[in-house]
Design a protein around this ligand. Structure first.
Ligand SMILES: Nc1ncnc2c1ncn2[C@@H]1O[C@H](COP(=O)(O)OP(=O)(O)O)[C@@H](O)[C@H]1O
Ligand SMILES: [Mg+2]
Length: 409
């Protein structure tokens, strides 16, 4: 009997890890892989001093800390370099590829990223070389001129943004000036607004699997993720799946959310450097069981098959397709073919069929039990005032029961 170990590298995440652990414990799969019996164990990573040569006890780590907690990130990178750890997501790519880089790379592949400019920051941290550098090289520029080139309305947002911080919708030169004056040391983009749009979709990718979630950015937080699932044609689904898989494979992300806006029939990707996507039951509710189940499927697959970390992103393969000058749809399909290879699409589907069947039932049952409701409540208690705990626990619980009804019908 072999044991494969999965580690969870966590910060504030409360709900999905508990569900992940408890469902895995109940399901307790013993899979026959290459003639051997394989079982799985999950535990959480602690933060402590480490010897650079100490062995890594995990085969796979699901990491939610890398983008801000550097000790864990460096432990993970050490374990990839020295111990063949498979980690989701690739920490090097998170360190180096901000929103800005993702815009550039996907514009270059022909995706309809809205027109975007980058501005030098309004203010600077005083460092010894600052004066000289700015005196010699920082050109005075006319902000209004840049604003006019991007056109109105547009969005000012941080080049490395996330979580909707410092995002401003701008309608005229006065607002632009005020927003820039208030931007401090942040490096900002100005991006053409895609308005009015008739659909906003978050495409949540886990390995080769993608879920489409309709999103209403104007709704209160608990209602932004919509619960209907029938809002895309099959061609649109195919396009968005190809787009999401291309992005995720290009940047080495197994878990990422790609935000797209549809206007006049065109899907514009506006924010797709989200490699630590919102995974809270209080946001995802109806879609939350899918997230937990798919995370289990993909991580068990990675652990069972000793999946090697893809340490080289091989961008030349996409660029070779770009250079063939195909139509947009044709090149997107061809990029997505690379992505499907990278994510072992066929092998994963086969693995799901032959090994993971039992998980559906366990997940479905778990999310109908009082224990699941407790987990929802624990999360609700961290976000809502005391007198709203019952109401919101009930609301998210009901959404999840709707998911169960739809799964069994
Ligand atoms: N180009 C755009 N056109 C229309 N709406 C946009 C555009 N850029 C941003 N927004 C709006 O602002 C929100 C936050 O911007 P986004 O790029 O997603 O930043 P963050 O990385 O902080 O999530 C989006 O969810 C959307 O509602
Ligand atoms: Mg966003």
């Amino acid at each position: 009997m072999m044991t494969r170990r999965i580690g969870l590298s966590l910060g504030a995440d409360l709900c999905w890890p508990v569900c992940y652990e408890e469902i895995l414990e109940r399901w307790a799969p013993q899979l026959e892989i290459g003639g051997e019996q394989v079982r799985f164990e999950v535990s959480r990573l602690d933060i402590e001093p480490f010897d650079l040569k100490q062995a890594c006890p995990y085969d796979v780590v699901l990491d939610r800390l890398t983008h801000w907690y550097h000790t864990s990130r460096e432990w993970i990178k050490k374990s990839v370099v020295m111990d063949d750890l498979y980690v989701l997501n690739n920490p090097w790519t998170l360190q180096s590829m901000e929103k800005q880089t993702t815009y550039c790379a996907m514009m270059d592949l022909g995706l309809p990223v809205p027109d975007t400019w980058m501005l030098p920051p309004k203010e600077y941290e005083p460092v010894p070389d600052l004066e000289h550098t700015l005196e010699r090289y920082a050109k005075l520029f006319d902000l209004e001129e840049v604003g006019a080139k991007v056109g109105y309305p547009h969005f000012m947002k941080p080049y490395d943004g996330g979580a909707w911080v410092a995002v401003t919708r701008i309608e005229n030169p006065e607002q632009l000036k005020t927003a820039y004056d208030n931007s401090g040391r942040r490096i900002m983009h100005l991006q053409q607004a895609i308005e009015p749009f008739d659909l906003f979709v978050r495409c949540l990718g886990i390995g080769p699997d993608v879920r489409f979630i309709r999103y209403d950015p104007t709704a209160p937080l608990h209602e932004r993720y919509q619960t209907d699932t029938d809002f895309l044609t099959s061609e649109e689904k195919s396009l968005l799946r190809d787009m999401t898989l291309t992005i995720n494979s290009f940047f080495g992300w197994d878990f990422n959310s790609c935000e797209v806006i549809r206007k006049d029939g065109v899907f514009y990707p506006i924010d797709f450097a989200n490699a630590c996507p919102d995974s809270q039951v209080t946001s995802l509710h109806y879609h939350f069981p899918w997230l937990v189940k798919t995370m289990l499927q993909w991580s068990i697959f990675c652990a069972a098959t000793n999946r090697p970390m893809r340490t080289n992103l091989d961008w030349h393969r996409y660029h070779a397709i770009r250079d063939e000058k195909l139509t947009y749809r044709e090149s997107l399909s061809a990029y997505a073919d690379i992505a499907r290879q990278n994510f072992d699409f066929d092998q994963f589907e086969e693995f799901r069929r032959s090994h993971l069947g039992g998980l559906d039932e366990v997940t479905w049952t778990y999310f109908g039990e009082p224990r699941a409701k407790e987990v929802i409540r624990a999360k609700v208690e961290t976000l809502f005032p005391d007198d709203e705990h019952d109401e919101f626990t009930e609301l998210f619980w009901e959404h999840i029961q709707a998911w169960r009804r739809n799964e069994s019908s």
